[in-house]
Design a protein around this ligand. Sequence first.
Ligand SMILES: NC(=O)c1ccc[n+]([C@@H]2O[C@H](COP(=O)([O-])OP(=O)(O)OC[C@H]3O[C@@H](n4cnc5c(N)ncnc54)[C@H](OP(=O)(O)O)[C@@H]3O)[C@@H](O)[C@H]2O)c1
Length: 332
Amino acid sequence: MKAIQFHRAGGPEVLRYEEVPVPGIGPGEVLVRVHAAGINPPDWYLREGMKVMPAEMRPTLEFPLIPGTDLSGVVEAVAPDVLGFAPGDEVFGMLRFPGFDGRTYAEYVAAPASDLAHKPAGIGHVQAAGAPMALLTAWQYLIDLGHDVPSPFTGQVHQPVPITPGMTVLVNGAAGGVGHFAVQLAKWKGAHVIAVASGRHEQFLRELGADEFVDYTKTRAADVAGGVDVVIDTVGGPDSARLLTVLRRGGTMLPVFFAPYDPQETARRGIAVSNIQVRSNGPQLAEIGRLLDEGKLLVGVDSTYPLAEAGSAHARAARGHIQGKIVLRVTP
Ligand SMILES: NC(=O)c1ccc[n+]([C@@H]2O[C@H](COP(=O)([O-])OP(=O)(O)OC[C@H]3O[C@@H](n4cnc5c(N)ncnc54)[C@H](OP(=O)(O)O)[C@@H]3O)[C@@H](O)[C@H]2O)c1
């Protein structure tokens, strides 16, 4: 089969379209013919050699590596112990995350059945492949209150905040993969949603349900928003603390990316800070799939590229300002 793999860490140019063996399946696994593979930030963190992590936490990588966690495709074969999936079924999922062996940038992948769900019939493979990681992240932060695995980065267990009608939720980085799902899920739960993104995304985000839009290139959210119950910040970085002032006392900050907060300042402001690392979860995807099927959740597609042009897709990602998801088309 053909797959994208890389033999050393580096820029998008290290991604090579090569011939590799079709993987075998072990107990609990399903062989999937991949139709589309979604691109997520961990794919380029891996390609860059995990420079994003502090040196002492960086894993040792064994090359060559096939990147990718997200896929949508059709079941080709199932291990004898797998129940619930059969050849011909359309499936989607995020594989073996946290981890580096999803290997979805390929024509076939051996997938743990527990990481898969049946693809919603109402959406195509491109949309379905765009959903898993970004949507599971938004879901595990905002909706699923049973996420009790400690974050490997902070050691803390998530402190969930049920989103109820009338609450105000501010989403920073609202147009990106996680952000555009967070906007829709908060709205679905009845919240008043403030979306923060660059101006080009205003119409997209209003169509997804944003009640207010802040163009961060012109206006600081902290200057126009206040009394917010929950901030979900997908951007993070050294100056993330500026968003603390929009929260009411008793409010919650949900940093999706690394973001430093001074515990004394958050305690003084009465603000809880809680984060998770997203985890593969097929049953949860099956539950969310119903919302995708009914059109209650939409998958924004920024752009698509053929599998062979994964390097161009990564170069697109590096230019930033992503609106929704970048997806690789694996079958024509
Ligand atoms: N904790 C977890 O388990 C978990 C899971 C998934 C992802 N993540 C992390 O979450 C982050 C976001 O992931 P993603 O897939 O959503 O990324 P993405 O699709 O690349 O989206 C990032 C978005 O942020 C916007 N943005 C950039 N600078 C901004 C700023 N200063 N203010 C507001 N918006 C800004 C970008 O567009 P504009 O600048 O045009 O608005 C873009 O739409 C990544 O760092 C990823 O590693 C963490």
